[in-house]
Design a binder for this molecule. Structure first.
Ligand code: MSP
Length: 498
């Protein structure tokens, strides 16, 4: 028996200070497509997402509302789960940094590093952005009217000065440079970016704690109760907790070498310089990959709550009549390399062109004809050679793209196949024939292959069509001819938007 491949995929754990918006859905849907694709192939798959619940940002948000942060994050975590349900996100675990097994892991990691002499106490000062939960050095921040501002949130930074505990990040420079020269960070442009930053600024030790008097909402340091753990140190460790590092070591051993962290480029430094060093200090190898993507932008700025330009998930779910439409649009737009500007007309044209006209219309047409001409029974005695070859080639292109994490390219290959099948249908004119078995069978084979390949992207419509047309969503049968179709009905999968 062939060894089962393992695939472990994570999203960033989101700050639940507000509802998720299209930017968060962008990452989460992408990770979900990768997870569903691997499950469909039969790989042992584990998909982790969740919420990052500690720190100053959450403490302040809860304070403003006059509730305890725990009460607030309990409510918000449920909201996140609700959104992910609406988007058909098939996570295996929703992790919260307030989960007991996670607090255990954070304490364990802190104690390990403290014992190894990698944490020390010192005075600490700098310009801080609460929205990023991060310090900015000179050259990194923007100066507006003489005052330092966050380059991402465009808000004034706060000056902080206090005693704190530091992690000896500077000791890991050689190690880091080595890892960054390998293939862990994907696409490579982002590894080069981090290397450039290390070269230019060097690697400074980082504070991993906050005085309790200022930030009390966090995990206390095991050796000094007057301090809480810095939210990023706490958060990154969720990837170890989720894989079961302390409680299920055998599972952790299987999953960790297959770990894929999907992140936006805003949190690249944390997921490389800091995370790889933390892992190395804990004697854990880096994840298999850090998959970095660019931003969704709206009116020229990164979409975000502070920029006031968010697109609401619920509005898009309504416009595109449920999760499939929105998931598909995200898949088609998703870009690891460059920022994408959102626009309703672009979204509409993707939905109408690809889903309603190309896929949906072809499925409906071939199904209707099969019912009318052949009473729904279409046997596979012969197939058009060219289209059969196109199916095989599309499958190869799709596989190659998915293995390279290029979901949009995979989806485009499938759309090409469907366009060819549409053209074949128009040329062979099965409606003019008495018994167009070969013609309809050929088109059905293309539709079936496309449906299986699109299943990770649009799970609802593909499940519906497979049931209506009588075939299995079995990845191993994409290019294996089906003996006979038994078509019960020809559903309208996507209604066109006017
Ligand atoms: N809590 C940290 C992550 C800790 S992971 C150990 C955090 N949370 S966040 O809520 O701010 O989410 C950031 C992530 O959301 C980005 O890295 C990205 O994946 C996603 N996005 C948020 N806005 C986005 C866009 N406008 N465009 C693309 N992705 C966006 O940072």
């Amino acid at each position: 028996m062939a060894a089962v491949s393992v695939f472990y995929v994570t999203t960033p754990i989101y700050y639940p200070n507000a509802d998720p918006h299209l930017g968060h859905a962008y990452t989460t849907v992408y990770a979900d497509i990768l997870a569903r694709y691997h499950r469909l192939r039969g790989d042992e798959t584990f998909f982790l997402t969740g919420t990052d619940e500690h720190g100053l940002k959450l403490q302040r948000t809860a304070e403003k509302r006059g509730v305890h942060p725990k009460e607030f994050v309990d409510e918000m975590a449920e909201k996140y789960k609700g959104y992910w349900r609406l988007l058909d996100i098939s996570y295996d675990r929703f992790i919260r940094t307030t989960d007991p097994d996670h607090e255990e892991v954070v304490k364990w990691a802190l104690e390990e590093l403290y014992r190894k002499g990698l944490i020390y106490k010192a005075r600490y000062s700098g310009w801080y952005c609460v929205d990023c939960e991060k310090f900015y050095s000179e050259g990194e921040y923007e100066v507006v009217e003489g005052k330092p501002h966050c380059p991402i949130h465009k808000k004034p930074l706060e000056w902080l000065e206090e005693d704190s505990y530091y992690f000896r990040l500077s000791e890991f420079k050689d190690y880091l440079v080595g890892v960054l020269k390998g293939d862990t960070v994907y696409p490579r442009q982002y590894a080069l970016e981090v290397l450039g930053k290390i070269e230019k600024e060097g690697l400074l030790d980082v504070s991993i704690a906050r005085p309790k008097s200022r930030v009390w909402w966090g995990i206390p340091l095991p050796w000094d109760q007057e301090y809480t753990t810095y939210v990023w140190f706490d958060a990154l460790l969720n990837y170890l907790t989720g894989a079961g590092i302390l409680r299920e070591p055998a599972r952790f051993k299987r999953l960790w070498p297959a770990a894929h962290h999907v992140i936006g480029k805003d949190i690249l430094w944390f997921h490389t310089a800091i995370w790889f060093s933390m892992l190395h200090a804990l004697e854990i190898p880096p994840p298999r990959r850090v998959l970095v993507h660019a931003f969704l932008i709206n009116r020229g700025l990164k979409m975000g709550k502070s920029a006031g330009n968010v697109v609401r998930i619920e509005d898009l779910l309504e416009r595109y009549q449920g999760s499939d439409g929105l998931r598909y649009i995200i898949a088609r737009l998703f870009n690891l390399h460059k920022d994408i500007e959102v626009s309703t007309s672009l979204f509409d044209s993707i939905y109408n062109g690809d889903l309603a006209d190309n896929y949906g219309n072809l499925a409906r047409r071939v199904g209707t004809l099969a019912k009318r001409k052949l009473d729904g029974k279409v046997g596979g005695d012969s197939i058009d050679e060219d289209l059969h070859e196109a199916i095989i080639k599309t499958h190869m292109a799709y596989e190659e793209a998915m293995q390279s994490y290029e979901v949009s390219r995979a989806v485009e290959a499938v759309m090409d196949l469907l366009r060819r099948a549409n053209a074949y249908m128009n040329e062979s004119k099965p409606w003019e024939k008495q018994e167009p078995v070969r013609e309809l069978y050929t088109v059905l084979e293309a539709v079936r292959a496309a449906t299986i390949m699109l299943h990770p992207v649009i799970p609802k419509a593909t499940t519906k069509l497979a049931e209506a047309f009588g075939f299995q969503l079995d990845y191993n049968t994409i290019t294996e001819p089906l003996q006979e179709y038994n078509i019960r009905e020809a559903p309208i999968l996507f209604k066109k938007i006017k």
